[in-house]
Design a protein around this ligand. Structure first.
Ligand SMILES: Cc1cc2nc3c(=O)[nH]c(=O)nc-3n(C[C@H](O)[C@H](O)[C@H](O)COP(=O)(O)O)c2cc1C
Length: 353
C-alpha cells in the first residue's frame, strides 16, 4: 500500500510577483538538482530526521534527508521503505563517513534507488565515492573550506553543502557568512552549492542566493515541526531558548581532538567533559587507539541525543540546536514553515527590485 500524501502546490506562489519570480529563478539550479519545488534541504538530524519529518518536507515541496547516523543497514532499509510509503517525492539519505558499514549502507541506498546521498563527517574513504556514483545516486559533500570544496569537486561530488559554526550538531570553526564569501565566488559557477548554518528566516535565504548559492539547508528550524517526532520536552526547550543558549562543547584534552557540538546549555554539557577525560585516560593507558577513541565519542553523542529527542530527558541528554533556535517560536506544520520562508525570501527580493 502506498499511503503517500499528495504533494502540496508549489510553496513559491505569487503569480506575477517580481519577488517570487526572482526566488524561482535564483533557486532554479537547486530545484533542478534536487527534483523538488523549493531548494530548501531539511538537514539530516539524527533521531529527528526519520520517516515522518523527511516525508513531510518532501511533500511540502522541499527536500527531506534521512539521518542514517549510527543505524545498521537493516534499520536504514526499513527507514527508506517507510519514508517511500509516505511520499512519492524525492528525498535523500545522509551517511556518516566514519560509519564502519559505510559500503553496506551505500548498497542499501542503491537497492532502493535513492537519488541523493549526502556524505557528512569528513572526507569520504577511498572507494565510497565510486560506489555511490555506480549506484546512480548524486553525491552531496560537506565543504568546510575552499580547498576541501575543490578537492570534493575533483573527487566527483555533484553538489556541496557549506555549513558554518552557527549550526546545530557537529560544527566547524568558521561562521556561515565567512564560508559563503570564501567559497561561493570560486565554485558556485561549477557546482550547485547549498548554504547551511544559522538560517532561520527567508531574508537570509535571499542573501545567500544572491551570493551565488542555489539553495539552503536548515535543521534547527524544523525540529519543532508538528510532524517532527522530537519529544514534547525537546520542543519545549527549543521554543524557550534564545540564540545565546546554543553553545559549542569544549575540548578538554588537546590530544583527543573532538569535533565540537553545538547544543543548548544543560547538565549534559558537563557530563561530556567527564566522558572526554575517561576516553583520554584509556588512550593514555594504550587500552584503545585514536580511531576507537573518536568512535566512542561519536557513540556517546548518539546516545545523548537519543535520550533528549526520544526519551525527553533534556537535562542529561544532548539538546543539539543551532543559534537560529531563537527564531523557533512555536510548533507548526512543515508546509507552513516552508511557506513562511518562501514568503520572506520573496518579499526581500522584491524590495531590492
Ligand atoms: C538536533 C540536530 C541533529 C543533527 N544531526 C546531524 C547528523 O546526524 N548528521 C549531519 O550531517 N548533520 C546533523 N545536524 C546538522 C543538520 O543537518 C544541519 O546541517 C544544520 O542543522 C543546519 O544548521 P541550522 O541548525 O543552523 O539550521 C544536526 C543538527 C541538529 C540541530
Amino acid at each position: 500500500m502506498n499511503d503517500a500524501t499528495p504533494t502540496q502546490p508549489s510553496p513559491i506562489q505569487g503569480e506575477g510577483s517580481i519577488g517570487h519570480a526572482r526566488l524561482r529563478q535564483l533557486m532554479h539550479r537547486g530545484t533542478e538538482f534536487l527534483g523538488c519545488e523549493i531548494a530548501v534541504m531539511g538537514g539530516a538530524m539524527s533521531w529527528v530526521s526519520e520517516r515522518n519529518l523527511v516525508s513531510a518536507l518532501s511533500n511540502a515541496g522541499a527536500f527531506g534527508v534521512i539521518a542514517c547516523g549510527a543505524m545498521t543497514p537493516d534499520l536504514l532499509d526499513t527507514e527508506i521503505a517507510e519514508t517511500r510509503k509516505r511520499t512519492d517525492q524525492p528525498f535523500g539519505v545522509n551517511l556518516i563517513t566514519m560509519h564502519p558499514q559505510l559500503s553496506e549502507l551505500i548498497d542499501t541506498c542503491a537497492k532502493h534507488n535513492v537519488t541523493h546521498i549526502v556524505l557528512a563527517g569528513g572526507l569520504p574513504p577511498t572507494g565510497s565515492i565510486d560506489r555511490i556514483k555506480a549506484s546512480g545516486a548524486r553525491l552531496v559533500g560537506f565543504a568546510p573550506a575552499l580547498s576541501l570544496a575543490k578537492k570534493l569537486i575533483r573527487s566527483g561530488a555533484d553538489a556541496l553543502v557549506i555549513e558554518g559554526m552557527e549550526a546545530g550538531g557537529h560544527i566547524g570553526p568558521v561562521a556561515t557568512s565567512v564560508l559563503a564569501q570564501e567559497i561561493l565566488p570560486h565554485v558556485a559557477h561549477d557546482i550547485p552549492v547549498f548554504v547551511a548554518g544559522g538560517i532561520g528566516r527567508g531574508e537570509a535565504i535571499a542573501a545567500y542566493l544572491e551570493m551565488g548559492a542555489v539553495g539552503v539547508q536548515l535543521g534547527t528550524r524544523f525540529v519543532c515541526a508538528t510532524e517532527s517526532i522530537a519529544h514534547p520536552n525537546f520542543k519545549k526547550v527549543f521554543i524557550r531558548a534564545s540564540a545565546r543558549d546554543a553553545v559549542p562543547s569544549v575540548q578538554i584534552d588537546p590530544r583527543l581532538p573532538v569535533i565540537p557540538v553545538r547544543a543548548l546549555k544543560n547538565r549534559e554539557m558537563e557530563n561530556f567533559a567527564a566522558k572526554q577525560r575517561e576516553v583520554a585516560q584509556l588512550l593514555d593507558e594504550g587500552a584503545i587507539e585514536m580511531a576507537e577513541a573518536q568512535l566512542q565519542i561519536e557513540h556517546y553523542w548518539a546516545g545523548a541525543l537519543r535520550r533528549a529527542v526520544i526519551d525527553g530527558d533534556v537535562e542529561s541528554g544532548s539538546v543539539m540546536a543551532g543559534q537560529s533556535v531563537g527564531m523557533v517560536t512555536r510548533e507548526e506544520p512543515v508546509a507552513e514553515i516552508i511557506r513562511e520562508l518562501a514568503e520572506e525570501a520573496a518579499a526581500a527580493l522584491e524590495r531590492r527590485g
